[in-house]
Design a protein. Structure first.
Length: 48
């Protein structure tokens, strides 16, 4: 694969700049984890 410098990203791929920022990566991970936890917490009263 040829290494190209992505200037525009319309296909939803993660840009190399985003990979070099661990803060943005961990922020996305924490937000997604909180969303999953909130969904599970809202589903628990329905199960019992």
């Amino acid at each position: 694969m040829a290494r190209r410098r992505p200037t525009h990203d319309h296909s939803g791929k993660i840009l190399p700049m985003r990979v070099r920022q661990p803060f943005a990566y961990w922020t996305i991970m924490i937000v997604s984890a909180l969303m999953v936890l909130s969904l599970v917490a809202s589903a628990i009263p329905l199960l019992f």
